[in-house]
Design a protein around this ligand. Structure first.
Ligand SMILES: [Zn+2]
Length: 90
């Protein structure tokens, strides 16, 4: 999982990628409470997603990002905690 310092390089939530480069694998965002969000939910401006680690919306602060590819932990299934989409298949 990439750490918060790498995430900060994108500066704003809107700049965060949907897919890994290179590779094109779907990205799964890991929140401060351990929950996971799909890229679509991260970019949905009706959600209070923030890169501010000092923010007070626990659960909406992005702590890291990971690709699903090559991760046996998520083999075949990785569900977004917000929209319940299976990130693996979409
Ligand atoms: Zn989602």
């Amino acid at each position: 999982m990439l750490n918060a310092q790498l995430i900060e390089q994108f500066e704003t939530v809107a700049n965060l990628p949907h897919y890994a480069w290179p590779g094109g694998y779907a990205l799964q965002y890991v929140m401060s409470d351990g929950g996971t969000l799909c890229a679509a939910c991260v970019h949905d401006t009706s959600n209070p997603v923030t890169l501010d680690i000092n923010g007070d919306d626990e659960g909406w602060i992005i702590a890291g990002v990971q690709t699903l590819e090559g991760s046996e932990e998520f083999e075949g299934e990785a569900t977004c905690d917000h929209c319940n989409k299976n990130m693996w298949t979409d």
